[in-house]
Design a protein around this ligand. Structure first.
Ligand SMILES: [Zn+2]
Length: 166
């Protein structure tokens, strides 16, 4: 199954699965590369450093220093031939305060949480190209372009870059 099929579905989806799909570039890819992993990359905007967070962390997170609350999720890609030394952050992701609060409340609710429509998730999930300072909702053309921008090739080897987790 391709990412696009999932993201364009009218059926409400579980939030955890969707965020993983967004972060890793696709559920198919995610299963193939990071199955079983319990961590993901975050980036502290004031410290300008990557760090490792558990997969259930919702961005923005408290972070690792500097300004509080500026830890955001980071999509990191790697060329299989270059290896870790050339890991690169492509874009950052955070949720609106409204969506984040609702998801946190759902976790502790007796019902165990709700389904979310694709439209509201796309409107309330914000992405930013790494190195820029402008956040775009995924519901916009620019947001979608940023989400898809990880799928490039290594300029040196021509290999497709792959999203990686810690
Ligand atoms: Zn390479």
């Amino acid at each position: 199954m391709q990412t696009g099929e999932i993201l364009q579905s009218a059926v409400p989806v579980a939030i955890g699965a969707l965020l993983v799909a967004l972060a890793a570039g696709g559920v198919y890819l995610w299963r193939g590369t990071v199955a079983g992993r319990q961590t993901k990359y975050f980036y502290d905007l004031s410290e300008k450093r990557l760090y490792v967070a558990s997969t259930d962390t919702l961005p923005p997170d408290v972070g690792i220093g500097g300004e509080p609350g500026d830890g955001v999720e980071a999509l990191v890609v790697r060329c299989p031939r270059c290896g870790r030394r050339r890991d690169r952050i492509v874009y950052l992701t955070r949720l609106t305060p409204e969506l984040r609060q609702r998801m946190l409340a759902d976790r502790t609710s007796e019902s165990g949480g709700a389904a979310y429509s694709r439209a509201e998730i796309f409107q309330q999930t914000l992405v930013c190209r790494f190195g820029e300072d402008v956040w775009h909702p995924l519901s916009t053309d620019e947001g979608k372009a940023i989400r898809d921008s990880w799928a490039t090739r290594c300029p040196e080897h021509g290999e497709p870059l792959e999203p990686v987790v810690p």
